[in-house]
Design a protein around this ligand. Structure first.
Ligand code: SAH
Length: 391
């Protein structure tokens, strides 16, 4: 295996367990390495740091798979996936979970979502993309899946010189599948839905709304296929209105409401949240609970301020629509925005809206998306419930 060397003292990030090594941290690299190959990485005093996959095209030139000298083969991937599954089972997951959450499971740039007997995978770096056959073999051995689908139609692959693509990694199967969550059922379109088709990261958070939605008049914005809103109806809300800008999402959300017999309580329509929330606030509409779950407003560091402005704007509009003593349920899934930045933004929104907000709970993603302490990129979701009072 080719050896590469750090060009100076090991960065505390790497020493602390972070698996990424950037190009500018390495001594000139032998030219005969094929991109995607495994390399052994050594300290500048010749001590082995670990083994990882190499891609000169990516800023993240090496992603470490292991810190010790061991064989990286099919069995290695089988074992890592098995460990990830055992961990999820220990936490109580059975049917649906994020089975592999990349770096947090020691499998950099690999995402696997398990939707009962179906699996959706993303290989987001060249090195892991090459191991797709081993990953499929492991899934087949452990789960005997009904189907495996690849959702690699994501721009981040291009940073690795990889094409965007999607398709079957098993025999073809109908890609509109059914999933159970908390006794409710949801259609999931794993071929054309957003990301892998369903947002498992909010699974625990959807349960958290139960006490505040009883008999409530609820507004949900950025609903996607309506999971939060249908949960609200199920937990006893009187009326639920949901809006999303995507026609496809709204259709699916209405189908999901009907599937659970909640179509008389829960209705979805197509709208741009930025426009209608402003309009409805002007009309002095009021709701007992307003729920916001926007997409990541930024994927680049240079754009953080704009993203914060977006969060402030949408939360200010949301708060204005809350009845005195009602609740705002608000999320941010952008990993570039810290929990503290998010909270400060919400506080600023409250100040501008002349509201006093009392925190009910503040938490993060479901624990099938584990956070490795010290590994920044693994903690990304912010989920906040506040009571909103007029000042
Ligand atoms: N709450 C959902 C996930 C929401 S994802 C769940 O738990 O499943 C974010 C959603 O915001 C996407 O469905 C996207 O279509 C929608 N969206 C993006 N911009 C929007 C806008 N300006 N107005 C309304 N919806 C928007």
């Amino acid at each position: 295996m080719t050896k590469v060397f750090l060009n100076k003292k090991m960065n505390p990030r790497i020493a602390g367990g972070h698996p990424w090594i950037f190009g500018n941290e390495l001594q000139p690299i032998p030219e005969n390495i094929t991109p995607g190959d495994l390399v052994e990485v050594y300290n500048n005093d010749k001590k082995l740091i670990g083994i990882g996959y190499y891609n000169p095209k990516s800023q993240i030139t090496v992603r470490l798979l292991t810190r010790k000298k061991e064989k990286i083969d099919e069995d290695f991937f089988y074992n890592r996936i098995m460990l990830a599954w055992q961990y999820r089972q220990k936490l109580g997951y059975r049917e649906n979970c994020r089975l592999v959450f990349g770096e947090a499971d020691g499998l950099p740039a690999l995402i696997i979502d398990k939707f009962n007997a179906y699996f959706v995978i993303q290989t987001l770096a060249l090195g892991i993309d090459r191991w797709k056959p081993a990953i499929i073999a492991a899934l087949e051995q452990i789960f005997h899946p009904k189907g495996i689908y690849e959702r690699n139609d994501v721009p981040v692959r291009e940073l690795e010189g990889l094409p965007q693509q999607k398709g079957f990694l098993s025999a073809a199967f109908p890609t509109n599948i059914l999933l159970n969550e908390n006794g409710l059922q949801f259609y999931v379109d794993i071929e054309n839905g957003q990301k892998t088709g369903y947002f498992l990261d909010q699974q625990h958070n959807r349960n958290a709304i139960e006490p505040i939605v009883k008999n409530a008049n609820v507004l949900g914005a950025f609903t996607y296929t309506g999971t939060f809103e249908i949960h609200a109806a199920h937990f006893g809300a009187q009326k639920v209105k949901g809006i999303d800008i995507s026609e496809q999402a709204v259709q699916q959300a209405n189908k999901n409401a009907a599937l659970n017999g909640l179509e008389n309580i829960c209705r979805f329509e197509v709208a741009n949240a930025f426009d209608v929330l402003k309009q409805w606030a002007k009309e002095e509409q009021k709701y007992d609970v307003v729920m916001l779950d926007p997409p990541a407003f930024t994927k680049s560091r240079s754009n953080i301020q704009n993203a914060l402005n977006g969060y402030k704007e949408i939360n200010l509009r949301g708060m204005k629509l809350v009845e005195n003593g009602g609740f705002l349920v608000t999320s941010s899934c952008s990993n570039l925005i810290t929990p503290q930045q998010f909270l400060t933004t919400i506080e600023m929104a409250a100040k501008d809206a002349r509201k006093r907000i009392r925190q009910v709970l503040f938490q993060t993603q479901s624990n099938d998306h584990p956070i490795i302490r010290g590994l920044d990129n693994t903690e990304y979701l912010k989920f906040l419930i506040v009571e909103v009072q007029d000042q």
